[in-house]
Design a protein around this ligand. Structure first.
Ligand SMILES: Nc1ncnc2c1ncn2[C@@H]1O[C@H](COP(=O)(O)OP(=O)(O)OP(=O)(O)O)[C@@H](O)[C@H]1O
Ligand SMILES: [Mg+2]
Length: 463
């Protein structure tokens, strides 16, 4: 019934074919894509000129004494204030009103944490655990299903790890560049993404091959400009700092998608190139595994070559999914695809290895966990319990609640850790924050366990 009381058919009845044909307009050609792209570019420039651009210099908010002593440095507020008073050289914070709460930058919080770490009680965890001499842990967040919370989870984990005192690198492997815009990165083209690292890995392989050709008296394969240029690039050349003092970024933008076409072409030209090792080897060669504590890899919703590289590089693999039938179903198929993909790489390598009497290849991850995201306990409890029953320990026991705070966070504020709690009802804030803190805690449990395992193995090897 219409508001005026007259019954009306739903809009899909009685469509007039002639009128529809007129409205259809001319058919589209490839050139039209260019016109549409131009229209978008003009619109984008207009929006940017009105200050609606997403990227651009971003500033991290300040942290209050309440937040610092409740969430960041485990000391009583009174003690915290006394220590600051006794040490006038330490950051003293600033207040908006006379005698009001004191606020600190994250840089200052990190200095305070370092001070408590060196001067304070050894019984307290002022500095987060990382065993000496062990490499950074790489964490990939992946699922070929789109929109399941990969980027949100990776970004929140990166921020909570940074607040916890870790030095974090975030690598965006998704040409959509969402992670890059969360961290305010600016990326001109594929040369400021991981692309040159992968190209360099291939170029080094070719150079090795060429040496062998020369030794056999054969002509070497020439390296094209792309490969020669890539040989000059090191990972630190690609790293941008962000508005978070202890989070750095290797960004992405649309051109990174080119890698999905280029990598298989290179692989066809050199079957011996271990493309899945490209990222791991480059990051290790360029010293990033010493320089950072944790490296997060955000991947696109596809199992392409970039995702394979990210997954092969990872020590810990997190697979976010919602507690819905569709997401559970397609996540199952994602694991099927992982099995087929990595299984076939191993099989081919092991065939070659056996022929040459070398050690085979077996991919290994410290931990693989599915993580329920956007969980609504009132609607999804039954499905989540069923998923838990089938997946057992592979499903992280902590479910990340749906929280309106994420959707609400504005253009300049990305996620719960960047939001100022004064903008929300304190209860709402505490609940929203708790769910992401618990997501981090579940992840940190894996991280600490994996590092400890490495530390024990190193000790055993030394005995
Ligand atoms: N815990 C949460 N509560 C509420 N909304 C959430 C939560 N996690 C993610 N979202 C929202 O869900 C949407 C998809 O999230 P996100 O971009 O992280 O998914 P994705 O898997 O990275 O997507 P893509 O496959 O496109 O890369 C976003 O709008 C995000 O704000
Ligand atoms: Mg994403």
């Amino acid at each position: 019934m219409r508001a005026d009381g007259k019954g009306a058919l739903p809009p899909y009845f009685n469509i007039d074919p002639d009128q529809a044909q007129t409205l259809l307009g001319a058919s589209a050609t490839t050139a039209d894509f260019q016109h549409i792209a131009q229209a978008c570019a003009s619109g984008r420039a207009d929006l940017a000129s009105r200050g609606l651009e997403q990227t651009g210099a971003r500033e991290l908010r300040l942290f209050s004494t309440w937040e610092i002593t409740r969430y960041l440095i485990p000391v009583a507020t009174g003690h915290f204030r006394r220590v600051l008073k006794q040490n006038p050289d330490l950051p003293q914070g600033r207040s908006e009103t006379q005698g009001g709460a004191k606020w600190f930058t994250l840089d200052e919080v990190l200095r305070l944490r370092a001070f408590f770490g060196s001067e304070g009680s050894k019984a307290k965890e002022y500095l987060p655990y990382r065993p000496a001499g062990q490499n950074a842990k790489l964490v990939a967040v992946a699922n070929f299903k789109g929109g399941v919370g990969k980027t949100s989870t990776a970004a929140h984990l990166a921020m909570s790890a940074a607040l916890d005192g870790y030095k974090v690198l975030v690598i965006d492997l998704d040409s959509q560049g969402s992670m890059t815009s969360i961290f305010g990165g600016s990326v001109e083209d594929e040369w400021q993404t991981v692309f040159p690292l992968i190209a360099r890995h291939y170029a080094s392989h070719l150079r090795g091959e060429n040496q062998r050709r020369l030794d056999r008296g054969e002509a070497p394969t020439p390296l094209d400009d792309t490969l020669s240029d890539a040989l000059e690039i090191r990972a630190p050349d690609l790293i941008q700092s962000t508005h978070w003092p202890n989070i750095d970024l290797i960004g992405a933008q649309l051109n990174l998608y080119w890698a999905e076409f280029q990598i298989p072409v290179w692989r066809m030209a050199a079957r011996g190139w271990k493309l899945w090792d490209a990222l791991t080897d480059s990051l290790a060669q360029d010293g990033l595994l010493d320089r950072y504590d944790i490296i997060f890899l955000d991947t696109p919703p596809a199992l392409g070559y970039l995702t394979i590289n990210g997954l092969a590089a990872a020590d810990i693999l997190l697979v976010p999914l919602g507690a819905s039938f569709l997401e559970f179903d397609s996540t199952g198929r994602f694991f099927d695809m992982l099995h087929a993909t990595f299984g076939s790489i191993e099989e081919a390598e092991n065939l070659a290895a056996r022929a040459l009497g070398r050690d085979g290849l077996a991919f290994e991850w410290d931990a693989v966990r599915a993580v329920v995201t956007r969980y609504d306990g009132t609607q999804q409890a039954e499905l989540a319990a069923l998923m838990q029953a089938y997946l057992g320990p592979t499903l992280s026991p902590h479910r990340q609640d749906f929280t309106a705070l994420i959707g609400q966070a504005g253009e300049q504020v990305q996620g719960i850790y960047e939001a100022d709690y004064r903008d929300f009802n304190r209860e709402t804030y505490v609940r929203g924050r708790e769910t992401f803190d618990a997501t981090y805690a579940a992840f940190k449990q894996l991280l600490v366990g994996a590092w400890r395992q490495d530390e024990l193995a190193a000790q055993q090897a030394a005995e």
